[in-house]
Design a protein around this ligand. Structure first.
Ligand code: CA
Ligand code: CA
Length: 198
């Protein structure tokens, strides 16, 4: 790859966020799509705990969130190729679903039975990246809802991720206290794509 231009590698991960009172358990219903593309020497991979790395992985599932609560999830990204990665972009893809039958309380305030409302009330409190001994926050996402961030690329690094290096990302999301009954038992499916460029 001489005049390298841009090589993009996608890593897809699925995160599932659930809200509302405990009902049945939603086990392993999240998708984990297999959209990884890799070229021989340029390869990033993702891991939940930093031990084994994959081209796609389900990262987390949060259930029974109540307004005012927050959750943090983290994951690792590794450059397992032998070419430095100079740009790493995270894009979230959001799907809002209604889960099961609406309670009377939800029904009273929610007239869209096929689209959930939850992602508009899931607010990013912090997105932090750790690389070696340093860490930094990605301030452009702070205070924004997952709904607002959906489909928008967020740049994670401003220094190269070198061959063999890995970084850790943590993201804290709060379920806004302003959420009302329209969010009860709603569900958000989050697909996350990480794109690396040489
Ligand atoms: Ca709805
Ligand atoms: Ca709803």
């Amino acid at each position: 790859m001489k005049h390298a231009g841009v090589v993009a590698v996608g890593v897809l991960a699925a995160i599932l966020v659930l809200a509302g009172p405990a009902k049945s358990l939603f086990t392993d219903t999240a998708l984990s799509e297999n959209n990884g593309i890799s070229s021989g020497e340029f390869d990033i991979a993702i891991s939940k705990d930093g031990s084994k790395f994959y081209n796609d992985a389900k990262l987390f599932e949060f259930s029974d969130l109540k307004p005012g609560e927050e959750r943090t999830f983290s994951f690792y990204v590794k450059n397992r190729g032998d070419v430095d990665v100079s740009r790493l972009t995270m894009t979230l893809y959001i799907r809002d679903l209604e889960e099961g039958t609406m309670s009377p309380a939800e029904k009273a305030v929610d007239n869209t039975t096929d689209v959930g409302e939850l992602s508009g009330y899931l607010i990013v409190k912090e997105l932090r990246v750790y690389l070696g001994r340093v860490s930094w926050t990605v301030d452009s996402v702070r205070g924004r809802s997952l709904k607002e961030l959906g489909g928008k690329g967020v740049s994670l690094i401003d220094k190269p991720l070198r061959e063999g290096e890995r970084l850790r990302v943590t993201m804290t999301v709060e379920f806004s206290k302003e959420a009302g009954n329209e969010c009860q038992t709603d569900r958000v499916l989050v697909n996350m794509k990480l794109s690396a460029e040489q």
